[in-house]
Design a protein around this ligand. Structure first.
Ligand SMILES: C[S@@+](CC[C@H](N)C(=O)[O-])C[C@H]1O[C@@H](n2cnc3c(N)ncnc32)[C@H](O)[C@@H]1O
Length: 216
């Protein structure tokens, strides 16, 4: 069965085109471009953004609210990179109009339990055996590397708490994430099946929520 993409999820949550959208951390710009094709008035920001009218090479922290607020802000796997999450979410709130929507595709690296890391380690060993990447060291060393790689990045609970302080949750759903790291050796469908069987944890989550009014 085909999995639902973040674009599918966003479409279900967003007001109809031509609403004004901001994508934070747009990367190569695929989502911003897809939303523009659907008729949205969308701007993608990222220090690494592509060239073009749909994009600006700027950090969220440096964008100034102008006279036209956004109807929705989207962020796919970018929020956890922003060091000052508190300030970033305040900035997002200030860029949204009343009742504005936040739509997130995120993951919590800290949600990986022993069984999940064991599975990921084995998938990476399979990839290395096929000539992609280096053979990971022992599972213990792999666990230490996982922690070290993610040390500066926000934990899922921190993200949830900071988001909940400013937005009223409309939808929250856990999703596969690790297939994104595995270059095709494990598909999203396989990861979902293992999550459904409670063999591994779902690290990804999708969220949609509405900005709280100041008096709430
Ligand atoms: C893991 S990538 C995700 C890219 C894309 N959204 C995706 O889902 O594939 C994180 C992106 O966030 C961007 N980013 C990091 N800090 C940012 C900030 N303060 N403001 C805007 N974008 C930022 C990075 O440049 C990077 O392109």
């Amino acid at each position: 069965m085909a999995q639902s993409t973040f674009l599918d999820f966003a479409r279900e949550q967003l007001p109809p085109p031509p609403a004004r959208l901001l994508e934070v951390g747009c990367g190569h710009g695929e989502l911003t471009t897809a939303l523009a094709v659907e008729g949205y008035d969308v701007l993608g920001i990222d220090p690494q953004a592509p060239q073009g009218d749909l994009f600006r090479r700027i950090r969220l922290e440096d964008i100034e609210p102008d006279e036209a607020l956004f109807d929705a802000v989207l962020a796919s796997h970018s929020l956890h990179h922003i060091r000052d999450l508190d300030q970033a979410l305040d900035r997002i709130v200030s860029l949204l109009g009343p009742g504005g929507l936040l739509v997130l595709d995120e993951h919590g690296w800290d949600l990986a339990d022993e069984a999940t890391l064991d599975w990921l380690w084995n998938q990476q060993r399979a990839l290395a055996s096929a000539g992609h990447g280096e053979l990971p060291a022992s599972l213990d060393a792999f666990r230490e590397e996982w922690e070290a790689e993610h040390l500066g990045l926000h934990r899922s609970e921190t993200m949830r708490n900071e988001v909940d302080a400013r937005f009223e949750e409309r939808v929250f759903t856990r999703t596969p994430f690790l297939y994104r790291l595995l270059g095709g050796v494990a598909t999203e469908v396989l990861e979902q099946a293992l999550i459904d069987a409670e063999a591994i944890q779902a690290l990804g989550f999708r969220y949609a929520g509405v900005a709280r009014r100041p008096e709430e």
